[in-house]
Design a protein around this ligand. Structure first.
Ligand code: PGA
Length: 253
C-alpha cells in the first residue's frame, strides 16, 4: 500500500540556529506522540548535515529543496545530488513551481535532476500544478500531464517507485486560498489515472500523491479524507512545530 506522507518545505526560511531549534522541537514532539504517517522535512542545504544528526530518521525523513542538474565539477554555487545524499538526507524536492518560475527550470533540466537524484539513492518529491490562468482556461489536466511526461515518465517502473508526486496548484501556494477537497480529489484521481496508463494499476496504486498549497491543520483532515490524497507538502505551516504537528495529526482523525 502507498505511504501517507506529510512533508514540510521550509523554502528560504530559518537561519541555521532557528532551523536546528525547529528540528529539535519537532523531533521531541514526534518522539512523545508517534505519527500515523511518514513525516519529512525539507530544509535549505546549509541545514541538512546538522539536522540529520539531530532527528530520529525512523520518525522524520530529511530532504533538500533542490539539487544540481550536473553530477559534479566546475559549477560554482551548485549542490549535487551526491552531496545531498552524503548529509544523511533521503529526499529531494524537484520541480517546485518557484524553481520553475523564478529560476527557469524547464522540464528538460528537471529530468536531469530527477535522474541524478535517483542515481544517488534519493527519493524525489516531484511537484506539478497549474497557474490561475491555466485553471481558468480549464487546462489543469493538460498541464500536469505535460509536466509528468517532460520529467518523470521516461523512468522505469522500478525507478518510478522512488517518486512521490506533489500536486500544488500555483494559485493556492502561500495565498491562503486552498483548492477545495473536491477540486483536489478530482485532479489527484486524474494524475493517478495517467500514472496507471503509463505504468499500470499496481504502480499507480502504490504512488503517493500529496496535495500542497495553503494546507493547514484546519483543512488537512478534509483533504486527507479523500481517497486519492495521500498527504501534504506544507510550506508556511511547516515553520512552527505545533502547526506542522496539527497537520500530521490529521492522519489520526
Ligand atoms: P504553502 O506552500 O503551504 O505555504 O502554500 C506549499 C508549497 O509551496 O510547497
Amino acid at each position: 500500500m502507498r505511504k501517507k506522507i506529510v512533508a514540510g518545505n521550509w523554502k528560504m526560511n530559518k537561519n541555521l540556529q532557528e532551523g536546528v531549534a525547529l528540528a529539535t522541537e519537532l523531533n521531541e514532539v514526534l518522539a512523545a506522540d508517534k505519527p500515523n504517517c511518514d513525516v519529512v522535512i525539507c530544509t535549505p542545504f546549509i541545514h541538512l548535515a546538522t539536522v540529520s544528526g539531530i532527528i530520529n530518521h525512523e520518525v522524520i525523513g530529511l530532504g533538500a529543496e533542490n539539487c544540481a542538474d550536473k553530477a559534479s565539477g566546475a559549477y560554482t554555487g551548485e549542490v549535487s545530488a551526491e552531496m545531498v545524499k552524503s548529509t544523511g538526507a533521503e529526499y529531494v524536492i524537484l520541480g517546485h513551481s518557484e524553481r520553475r518560475e523564478y529560476y527557469n527550470e524547464t522540464p528538460a533540466i528537471l529530468k536531469e535532476k530527477v535522474d541524478l537524484a535517483l542515481a544517488n539513492g534519493l527519493k524525489v518529491i516531484f511537484c506539478i500544478g497549474e497557474s490561475l490562468a491555466q485553471r481558468e482556461a480549464n487546462e489543469q489536466n493538460a498541464v500536469v500531464k505535460a509536466e509528468l511526461e517532460g520529467s518523470v515518465f521516461h523512468l522505469t517502473p522500478e525507478q518510478f517507485a522512488n517518486i512521490v508526486i506533489a500536486y500544488e496548484p500555483i494559485w493556492a501556494i502561500g495565498t491562503g486560498k486552498t483548492a477545495t477537497s473536491d477540486q483536489a480529489e478530482e485532479i489527484h484521481a486524474y494524475i493517478r489515472s495517467i500514472i496507471a496508463a503509463q505504468y499500470g494499476n499496481e504502480v499507480a496504486e502504490n504512488t503517493s500523491i500529496l496535495y500542497g498549497g495553503s494546507c493547514k491543520a484546519s483543512n488537512a483532515p478534509e483533504l486527507f479524507a479523500k481517497p486519492d490524497i495521500d498527504g501534504g507538502l506544507i510550506g508556511g505551516a511547516s515553520l512552527k512545530a505545533p502547526d506542522f504537528k496539527g497537520i500530521i495529526d490529521a492522519w489520526k482523525a
